[in-house]
Design a protein around this ligand. Structure first.
Ligand SMILES: *Cc1c(COP(=O)(O)O)cnc(C)c1O
Length: 365
């Protein structure tokens, strides 16, 4: 049996008729940019999160860099972020000319809150929290630190749609929550899409203006902005998927519970969930000291897996200019060698998952 790490076609097939009807409706409407689908999605997604405002954007990366831009964080400023994140989190900071300051992760793969304070300097302007793999970070001490040092708090929720900490949705703890709706995300569009959420009317307004060439009124430009609009077609399709997000998340939870209950191989360390936090299981990530051997073994059985992420941002070629040497972030670097994301997707069959579980349990070093 051939198993792919992800199957986005399955997610489409589950509600195919609804997606097709919505796509046709938008195509036939004659209105494709900034219309009622975007407005409705913004309202519905804000309501889903219990946030006051949502502004649709063209991607998750745009959400991140535009967030720091409207917060006026730029050259000379430092932003604290975990070392083991997707590189887009870091690009959101550096596109603005600001400097990322990396902090090691804890055993839940999220930023180790106890190691943030030692990194705060007079240049620190913000903390960017990434809720990696779908699990909410340890928000109580982070919110406290942001308050104590008067720092902006931005959340990268590209993987955590619907995850919460002490009952509060990720994306609503700080100044701005940044979302991606890239097709493979838990709330995925059928192309690129993103959004910011905020409770601050002035921030929402600034992002709304920025995404449309800096103009509120056509041809009257207040600032040098971007073209980062969420389009009507994607917004319409996202509205359909949002109505099913609860069920889609529950299905992921069921699949991951099965993994956690049935994986018994002692060479594989299973993911854990922090007390008070929930996860929406964007990925089911195991740690294995013999990770590369495990990948090879699984490949022989035609089981595909993914590494999120093999090269930590501070060691990537793009960030050579930061001049951070290997060894500077030993936990982050070890995680890059150990982590492995198991096949996981909505519509995964029992038979498919059983084959993956049996294969993993039969692996030995
Ligand atoms: C996907 C992702 C992004 C970027 O989102 P895009 O829509 O692909 O630009 C940023 N941060 C994290 C953690 C992500 O997983």
């Amino acid at each position: 049996m051939k198993i792919m790490p992800n199957r986005m076609d399955r997610g489409f097939e589950m509600y195919q008729k609804e997606y097709e009807e919505k796509a046709l409706q938008v195509l036939r409407s004659g209105w494709y940019i900034l219309g009622k689908e975007v407005r409705s999605f913004e309202e519905e997604f804000a309501q889903y999160l219990s946030s006051k405002y949502c502004v649709g954007l063209a991607s998750g990366l745009d959400a991140l860099w535009i967030a720091f831009r409207v917060l006026k964080i730029g050259p000379g400023d430092e932003v604290i972020v975990q070392g083991n994140t997707y590189i887009a989190s870091v690009m959101g900071i550096t596109i603005n000319g600001a400097t990322p300051v990396f902090v090691e992760p804890d055993e839940y793969n999220n930023i180790d809150a106890s190691k943030i304070e030692e990194k705060i300097t007079s240049k620190t302007k913000a903390i960017l929290v990434v809720h990696l793999y779908g699990q909410a970070s340890n928000m109580a001490p982070i919110v406290e630190l942001a308050r104590k040092y008067n720092l902006r708090l931005v959340e990268d929720c590209a993987q955590s749609h619907g995850a919460s900490f002490n009952g509060k949705m990720t994306g609503t703890f700080g100044d701005i929550g940044c979302f991606s709706f890239y097709p493979s995300k838990n709330l995925g569009a059928f192309g690129d899409a993103g959004a910011i959420v905020t409770d601050d009317a002035a921030i929402a307004e600034a992002v709304r203006i920025f995404r449309n060439y800096g103009s509120e009124k056509r041809y009257y430009n207040k600032v040098v902005g971007a073209n980062s609009r969420l389009d009507e077609l994607q917004a319409g399709l996202l509205r359909v998927r949002l109505t099913h997000l609860h069920d889609l998340t529950e299905e992921r939870r069921r699949l991951c519970r099965t993994y956690s209950e049935q994986l018994t191989n002692p060479v594989i360390k299973l993911p854990e969930i922090r007390e008070g936090a929930t996860t929406v299981w964007h990925q089911y990530v195991i740690h294995c000291g013999a990770r590369d051997k495990l990948i090879e073994y699984l490949n022989e059985r035609e089981i595909g897996t993914t590494i999120h992420y093999p090269i930590p941002p501070h060691l990537s070629e793009a960030y050579r200019y930061l001049n951070i040497q290997r060894g500077a972030l030993p936990i982050t670097e070890r995680f890059a060698d150990e982590v492995l994301s198991l096949p996981l997707y909505n519509g995964m069959t029992e038979e498919e998952q059983q084959y993956v579980i049996d294969s993993l349990n039969e692996f030995y070093v």
